[in-house]
Design a binder for this molecule. Sequence first.
Ligand code: UDP
Length: 402
Amino acid sequence: MHDTVITSKEKNYRSTVDWRMKVLVLFGTRPEAIKLAPVIHELRKKFFQTVVVSSSQHKHLLTPFLASLEIDVDFDLGVMKRNQSPSDVCSRVMSKLDKILALEKPDLILVQGDTTTTLAGALAGFYRKIPVGHVEAGLRSGNLMSPYPEEMNRRVVSQIASFHFAATEKNRRNLLAEDVPSEKIFVTGNPVVDAMKHMLKNLDVSPEIAELIKKTEGKKRLLLTTHRRESFGSTMTTNLKVLRDFVDKRPNVCLFFPVHPNPNVKGIAKEILGKRERIYLLDPLDYSDFLAIMRSAWLIVSDSGGVQEEAPSLGKPLLVMRENTERPEAIRSGVSKLIGNSPGSLKQMLEENYSVETWIKSVKEVANPFGDGRSAARIVRVIEEKLAAKDRAAKADQGKLF
Ligand code: UDP
């Protein structure tokens, strides 16, 4: 594995003889790490041997997170490059991961969500005939081009996975509609709620963010995140200009924007929103700081998937800056509204909800439709049962997971 960096020493647990089966957990982006961290901790609690692999698909966003999530990476595939294409990422993750699979021979590969790392991990597992567990299975927008390439990624992963950990009943129904066998689907909730609850209990806000929140006391704080590939270019330009003009005209409104490091976002954010009064362009925030800002927001505008899952627990109104969503549960809970793809709708929704705050004020903390904070325990219970069954079957020389 000459081109793979081993970032942590062999851990003591690796040599402990009574550790149970081995689960390789793969992630490459910030949301995957947030959502898989509770599962990794639960696996260890239940005495599984874990092999944690990062593709570093989004290295700069991911690395600062790992310490606060208390996750050590065993293998870093280091695939991050500027302006890389999904094909580039997919092929490099597959070939580098394959060597680790050959070396580690895990009993299960766990992937999360719909990134290209997720797809590559599932495919690499399939080629080595290693069963794959898919966390956050069954999300569907119904449009292969939005989110792009995520909608295709997750559909293909559903063809490969042996265990589908769906967050909601709706996600389970989506999988059944694609002929995924019901006995392979487990409605567990989404571990993002576990991660968020844990983080909120131990919120460690940096002095800079605490100061910013203090400084903007009494203002209506808008929180913006945007990074989706399908919004790059004219859609993003239009949306940022709408937000700039909205803030410009209203002295009691301010905007916080932790800017995604993707050059397609960074450049345009600086150009349109840079050096403006009451507009704060921030570096990507660690999870504690981001949750603190979310909690202090008057309104959130975002195209993020994770933010749609978090908003219900915080009772924060969210305008989903996308033409569709695979998370209609948040809309049904009354917490979020979809902007859609008509050109003037962001402006209109911002103005309407500023002049009549009925919806904004009505949004309260609700039972989170995506999970109750115990998803990791459910996922690991299923893994325990299935791997024990596989072990028994193997001993009886008739093991089959595919
Ligand atoms: N997030 C964060 N810091 C930030 C922006 C987002 O910790 O500066 C968290 C957010 O709470 C959510 C996740 O990152 O859990 C969302 O990541 P992102 O929007 O990159 O991906 P998506 O959820 O759209 O896949």
